[in-house]
Design a protein around this ligand. Structure first.
Ligand SMILES: [Fe+2]
Ligand SMILES: [Fe+2]
Length: 388
């Protein structure tokens, strides 16, 4: 009961703020901001705009942790683009920016909106309760942009786009304030009567991040095996080239192609689509670390090839690359387990998580092939017996 009252107060407070307070404060703030004349930007296609977006905009928290949340003016955006080479703002500024840039691709200029949505904070966490999206109709289909992410999906109606985009999907949507591209108030959206405002608890099913954490355990075991091999090489002992190549195969197939593939092609885009910014945030850091890891694996592969050809000096290059990789992946896994995955658990709706598990299965099938997962785990067990 207390929760219901808190929700009523929250929605009412946000309604007053979004409808009047924020617009007034935006006018005031823009009066003091740097300005340059706004020149409309041109793009060859909507998709070209979607690709350009992450290179040109940057999600940035507004002052006082978003309490002073305002819409920037187009003139201030022009000033940022001209003087800084990119535009930084939080979700509403980025939605407003996109609403202007997609206007040439809209079926009708009136089919372009900035929607401020309010979700149930008890379901998604207080940090994600309010968000702004750009929703527009292009080529007869409704499309959505969230921060710097153009959703690949299309919807038949504005209502569907509003409720089924990956930010709102499956979460109880409490309220939405719809404005046009010039930020003129159009209408409010409220859930149909009887729609639940509380979300049911998840059952005991395995979640995508639980699956990824399990894979981390296997990867950490391989890192220990690599350390065991390195210690033997340090002591001047020979290590079987077959075992070295097996470790390399495990890292390339299981850790990189499969596990990092699930993160890069499913988890990170899902988090991005759910409003967690890619640039300047944890997702961007994880991607950089994946790339750094690939560099060490390349160095390791070259060193193993030299070692196999009889060059015993290559042992040093093997242990150096192996230990760099071990250090990198150990802290990378710690950050994912303790920061990134809890963030995903909190933000991704049960509907989206169920779809992700299917996408994970497809990655295993297509990138590892039948039986390979089991084969790699058997190999891991065998190496564990030899080196640990
Ligand atoms: Fe990762
Ligand atoms: Fe990972």
């Amino acid at each position: 009961m207390r929760r219901q009252w808190l929700i009523v107060i929250l929605v009412f407070g946000l309604l007053v703020w979004l409808r009047w307070g924020k617009i007034l404060l935006s006018h005031l703030a823009n009066f003091f901001r740097h300005r340059l004349p706004w020149q409309p930007l041109t793009f060859a296609s909507l998709e070209a705009y979607g690709r350009w977006l992450p290179t040109a905009v940057c999600w940035q928290m507004e002052p006082l942790h978003g309490l002073l949340d305002t819409f920037p003016s187009l003139e201030h955006i022009a000033w940022q683009l001209k003087t800084r080479g990119r535009f930084a703002d939080d979700c509403d500024g980025l939605a407003y920016f996109s609403a202007h840039n997609v206007l040439p691709f809209c079926d009708d200029p009136q089919d372009c909106y900035v929607a401020s949505v309010v979700l149930n904070p008890f379901a998604v966490g207080w940090l994600y309760t309010a968000h702004a999206l750009c929703i527009f109709r292009s080529g007869g289909a409704w499309r959505v942009i969230s921060n710097d992410y153009l959703y690949p999906q299309h919807w038949n109606s504005f209502e569907e786009a509003l409720q089924q985009n990956d930010y709102c999907l499956g979460w109880p949507l409490l309220y939405a304030e719809i404005r046009d591209a010039q930020l003129h108030y159009q209408r409010a959206w409220r859930p149909p009567a009887g729609q639940p405002t509380q979300i049911s608890q998840r059952g005991e099913v395995v979640t995508p991040t639980e699956q990824l954490k399990e894979e981390h355990q296997a990867i950490k075991l391989m890192l220990s095996i690599l350390e065991g091999m390195s210690q033997r090489l340090d002591a001047g002992q020979a290590v079987s080239t077959e075992h070295l190549e097996q470790s390399l195969e495990f890292i390339r197939l299981f850790a990189d192609r499969c596990h990092h593939g699930k993160e890069e092609d499913v988890l990170f885009p899902a988090m991005e689509a759910a409003g967690i910014p890619k640039g300047g945030g944890p997702i961007g850091v994880m991607l950089l670390e994946h790339d750094a890891g690939r560099g060490y694996v390349k160095g390791l592969a070259e060193a193993i090839a030299r070692y196999k050809a009889g060059d015993r000096q290559a042992a040093v290059a093997i242990t150096t690359n192996a230990r760099n990789y071990i250090a990198l992946l150990t802290q990378h896994i710690f950050k994912e387990d303790n920061i990134l995955y809890p963030m995903a658990d909190m933000r991704l709706s049960p509907v989206r998580q169920a779809r992700m598990l299917e996408e994970f299965d497809a990655i295993e099938r297509e990138r590892l092939g039948p039986g390979k997962h089991e084969e790699l785990h058997k190999m891991l067990e065998h190496l564990q017996g030899v080196y640990l």
